[in-house]
Design a protein around this ligand. Structure first.
Ligand SMILES: [Zn+2]
Length: 210
């Protein structure tokens, strides 16, 4: 079974002290796609992120970055960029992989709320597996796999950690089976980290007023 290295996260970071409240406000996810995805892929992707995160207590509002006015205020947010083609047309029966399936940006040891999901790489990694499903099911299976990659990256951002788990959504590398299996969840330790981490500060202005 081939494995693929998951993220590029560098450096160390200071821990947060405060914790999330018992009721979590929805987190806003701003999305942008290099190529518009089929509706079936996008719906399955969002449904999987929500399914994985809902029992942890995290909920999301999805917004198209291109249609955002620029004056919106969110308590917590992340910006997600989907790279390459996110469809299931023209799959071929061999597996290819060329690096990380997703990655989250880090600067000066701080995890930033910017993450990328490599649609092309997930597609090429899974395509032999996707071909074993009936054609009408492939968008759903592929979208669900993209959702798992995104859930992993959101874990880094909202648990504010570079830690990886040994099993489940937080592990460092995924197999084809992880991405295509019927059930894939966070383990208890990472669930607790997501529940007890402090909310990210709102985006700060950079103008010096001190
Ligand atoms: Zn990772």
């Amino acid at each position: 079974m081939k494995l693929v290295l998951f993220c590029f996260l560098l450096g160390v970071f200071p821990g947060w002290n405060e914790t999330r409240g018992a009721t979590f406000a929805p987190i806003t996810l701003y999305t942008q796609y290099e190529q518009a995805p089929p509706e079936g892929v996008q719906e399955a992707l969002q449904a999987e992120v929500e399914s994985i995160m809902a029992h942890i207590g995290l909920h999301f509002e999805w917004r198209d970055l291109a249609k955002t006015a620029g004056h919106e205020v969110s308590a917590e947010l992340a910006v997600v960029s989907f790279k390459g083609r996110c469809d299931t047309v023209g799959l071929v029966g061999h597996t290819k992989f060329e690096g990380a399936l997703g990655w989250t940006h880090v600067s000066d040891g701080q995890i930033l709320p910017f993450t990328d999901v490599a649609c092309d790489r997930v597609r090429e990694f899974l395509q032999a597996g996707l071909l074993t499903f009936p054609v009408e099911d492939r968008e759903e299976k592929y979208g669900r796999a993209l959702g798992r990659v995104l859930a992993h990256e959101l874990y880094h951002i909202f648990a504010n950690t570079m830690h990886h788990g040994s099993v489940g959504v937080a592990k460092e590398s995924y197999s084809v089976l992880d991405l295509l299996s019927d059930d894939f969840q966070f383990q208890a330790k990472e669930t607790r980290m997501l529940q007890t981490s402090r909310p990210k500060p709102a985006v700060e202005t950079t103008a010096g007023t001190m």
